[in-house]
Design a protein around this ligand. Structure first.
Ligand SMILES: NC(=O)c1ccc[n+]([C@@H]2O[C@H](COP(=O)([O-])OP(=O)(O)OC[C@H]3O[C@@H](n4cnc5c(N)ncnc54)[C@H](OP(=O)(O)O)[C@@H]3O)[C@@H](O)[C@H]2O)c1
Length: 362
């Protein structure tokens, strides 16, 4: 055991055998102030995580067990002096099952699923096709788009970690909406994600012969992230947007695509400038002012748009903006498993545990 082992905050990861779970284990294993104290799996028997992912063998950190255990809320709350926080890397329904008993035992929760993201349960149920079983905790859940919700996250017991696509869309658009540089109901978000965005369970359209050397749009205007994007832009950007009503005709239009790559999201976003004289310098300057001092958002200058390679395996979002052909065009990139999921989850957890927001992240 290392000298400072006892001072590292013990955390639990539920759903460690999925893609966001693996990414969280990797991040927490390198984190100087956090340690994995509990890996909770619903499988029987629960696996060893280094058998499930041999790349973790010998890399979990000192004093950290590679054994997954059954999801036992009392044991999680008692583990290592009490897990301070649990990350839920679970399907939405399973997150609603496990968050309430953990919160009742004083364990803070960062939920990576969509269970607590949408404020209106009717909108949630329409988008996700199942009943919302925990409206009580939804009431106090904080939507953890860290750059715009830092103070609320700090004091939250339950953080709904934003979705991967909505994170880039909001970081690209909120400053432009706040400063009135774009027409709110003119937004089109053209987005593409690597295949890991769909999780680890096999699906036919994700099968290598189907996805490789292919490129397809899906869920045009009806994707589950559409109402989350509308809600996020309205909450942080401008109330001039309609409430999160789903696929209303003048909601931001969201068009996702499946990219035959492991990881990464690129969004090209179009909007009408809100007046004459709004040029590239003004939109670039708006984003630069908004993210001055922000560790995880880079606003790029020059004509070259950011690429996935610039951000893969990092917690960074890169943005570039210009005005061309009478349109504002913003390009944003992130790693869907890091800033779009487990990295942002650790960013939020750092704040909830009173740590430096950037600790353990790069
Ligand atoms: N992938 C992304 O880029 C991304 C980004 C942002 C947010 N998210 C969200 O994060 C969550 C996890 O995503 P993921 O991509 O990591 O999914 P995944 O790869 O499919 O992993 C899901 C995990 O949940 C476990 N699980 C499934 N059903 C369960 C149940 N009923 N009770 C307990 N555990 C159960 C699985 O265990 P088994 O291995 O035993 O099946 C696995 O460990 C999802 O809600 C997803 O929407 C994903």
């Amino acid at each position: 055991m290392t000298k400072n082992a006892d001072s590292r905050a013990p955390v639990a990861i539920l759903g460690p055998t999925g893609y966001t779970g693996l990414e969280l284990i990797e991040i927490v294993a390198r984190h100087p102030r956090m340690r994995v104290a509990y890996l909770g799996s619903a499988r029987t028997p629960a696996p060893r995580i280094d058998a499930e992912f041999p790349r973790l063998a010998g890399r979990m950190g000192e004093g950290v067990s590679a054994e997954c255990r059954a999801i036992d809320h009392d044991a999680i709350a008692a583990e290592g002096g009490g897990c301070k926080l649990a990350f839920l890397c679970l399907p939405h329904e399973a997150a609603m099952e496990h968050a309430p008993p953990l919160l009742a035992r004083g364990v803070k929760v960062v939920d990576l699923s969509a269970a607590y993201r949408i404020r209106d349960t009717a909108v949630y149920e329409r988008a996700y096709g199942h009943h919302h079983t925990d409206p009580k905790n939804l009431e106090h859940a904080v939507y953890g788009l860290t750059e715009f919700a830092r103070e609320q996250v700090r004091s939250a017991s339950l953080v709904a970690n934003p979705g991967c696509y909505p994170t880039v869309a909001a970081l690209a658009l909120v400053p432009l909406l706040r400063t009135g540089l774009i027409v709110p109901d003119s937004i089109v978000i053209n987005a593409a994600s690597g295949v890991s965005g769909a999780g680890r369970s096999p699906k036919q359209n994700l099968h290598y012969p189907e996805a490789n050397e292919n490129f397809s749009a899906y869920g045009i205007g009806v994707h589950r992230h559409q109402p989350e994007i509308a809600q996020s832009l309205r909450t942080f950007g401008t109330t001039a947007l309609p409430a999160a009503v789903g696929a209303g005709s003048r909601d931001p239009l969201f068009v996702p695509h499946l990219l035959p790559l492991e990881r990464g999201i690129l969004e090209t976003i179009y909007a009408e400038p809100a007046g004459a004289g709004i040029d590239t310098a003004r939109v670039q300057d708006c984003l630069k002012q908004a993210y001055r001092g922000e560790r995880f958002v880079v606003v790029r200058e020059g004509a070259e748009a950011p690429t996935l390679r610039d951000v893969q395996r990092t917690n960074m979002v890169h943005l570039s903006a210009r005005v061309v052909g009478g349109r504002v065009v913003v390009v944003g990139v992130e790693d869907n498993l890091v800033k779009g999921a487990s990295g942002q989850a650790v960013q939020n957890a750092n704040l909830m545990l009173g740590l430096d927001e950037t600790e353990g992240l790069m």
